[in-house]
Design a protein around this ligand. Sequence first.
Ligand SMILES: Nc1ncnc2c1ncn2[C@@H]1O[C@H](COP(=O)(O)OP(=O)(O)OP(=O)(O)O)[C@@H](O)[C@H]1O
Length: 563
Amino acid sequence: MLIFVAFLALIPPKIIGLVIDGVTDNTLTSEQLTRWLIILVIAGIIMYVARYFWRVMIFGSAVYLARTLREQLFVHFTKMSSSFYQKRRVGDLMAHATNDINAVQQTAGMGVLTLVDSLVTGTVVILTMGFTISWKLTIIALIPLPIMILLTSYYGRLLRDRFRYAQEAFSDLNDKTQESISGIEVIKTFGQQKQDIEDFTNLSTKVVEKNMRVARVDALFDPTISGIFAVSYILSFVFGTRFIIDGQMTIGDLVAFSTYLAALIWPMLAFGFLFNIVERGSASYTRIQQLFDVEPEIVDVPNAIDERPVGDLHFDVKQFRYPGAEETTLHDVSFELKRGETLGIVGKTGSGKTTILKLLMREFEGYEGTITYAGHSIDAYRQQRLLESIGYVPQDHFLFSTTIRDNIAFTNPATNVEQIEQAAKLAFIHEDILRLTEGYDTLVGERGVSLSGGQKQRVSIARALLMDPELLLLDDSLSAVDARTEEAILTNLRKTRQDKTNIITSHRLSAIQHAHQIIVLDEGTIIEKGTHEQLMDQRGHYYDMYMLQQLEQSVEQGGGSHE
Ligand SMILES: Nc1ncnc2c1ncn2[C@@H]1O[C@H](COP(=O)(O)OP(=O)(O)OP(=O)(O)O)[C@@H](O)[C@H]1O
């Protein structure tokens, strides 16, 4: 259609030239004039329709392209492991997925349009000017063209870096906004709004400065192209009138020529802007490509076992250090857990409890040692299958912005009401949910009601229990519930998960007291191991902790003595 319109656009200038020559020669009849006018109107209407459709098609395709790119990026994000998210900021990733993809979309739409239009329309008009009017005048009019190409491509190069800096500044601002809004409660309670506004303003000013640097180059394109075009006009009039005087051209020819020249304004502008548009898109695309280039760290081995592991667990890690960390996080941690047993892990904060669970879920690799589950190393399984065996209740519980029902039924939206309620009862949250005005349909998360810390924890537990996982990992998941509720949940777990494996980490010994095995961690290694009774007999760290907690408990309850 672009090519078709380019040819149609040749008609009006030609007709204008013929009419003018008809007037100067006194040969134009009113029938001829009417015919020319009808042709002009028909050409105009066809061009109108064709232009409309090709714009819709080109810009529409650009929107589809952006969708494809956005989806690919999202899928890529979901493949990335924890260490990727540790290094990247959320706001920055979001800026890539929005701002940069928009810039690529602009390039795809405007870029294709300007490229095809400038080349096709430009070439067709130039050839027509040369063949039907005068080659000499055409070449003279186009003398300034190379200067325009040189200048605009130079501006394009200038623009590229500046645009990249502007996009980076926007990423920083996006990140700041995201973090401030998420942390607004902390900012307010500490009275830090003023400082926060100042930080925001500084970043916002940086965005303006960087975009002004872009605008200063942007602004050069238009005057340069128009200026050079004016030179073309002057040259064609000066030489055109000469050629008329010499009898090489008619007045109609010169009028048609200048109309063609006017028709060249847009292709020339488009050609100049092409450098602008392409450089912007390429700066943004490079930023997106850098994200795509990051390989997922945790990948399935070839011919990975495509079955959920069910069986005994053997954890034997000689040494593990988080990527980039200076000190070893875990060393010489080993335990064996038969299917159906419960392991309790206790230890001071930062002793490595959560790390053990993360390694079990294959969130991080690169440790020295082996972790086997049901007779195979955990990395021999497809990660998806491994995780299907594991129900994890993280320390920082996270609820999605949806109903409580959907939050619990997260792993299997098709679950029936009874199963959801059963999971909620096991997690001792059913009664609390019924007390909410809309029960299981109450919206929670960012858009809904605020549940207490303990309630959120129990919804998270219900979510994991609904899976009826082979291996349940409770990461300090009972810290925000009172002792009675904790006891009730643990009793439920003991009753319903007799043949399933559990690992419970806790600061409170009451949560792990009944476990088949307990390990006491300190600075990343096991310092004591055994059952509650064995550990009490040892009179070591565990014993001291237990006595201290008993004392605290009896003080809380108003008593002064303990056994
Ligand atoms: N992603 C990470 N990158 C680098 N270091 C980490 C990372 N996560 C934890 N650490 C460090 O590893 C150590 C063990 O952390 P871990 O979360 O396993 O402790 P924890 O025993 O679960 O503590 P808590 O009881 O406070 O949850 C800590 O020193 C912590 O700073």
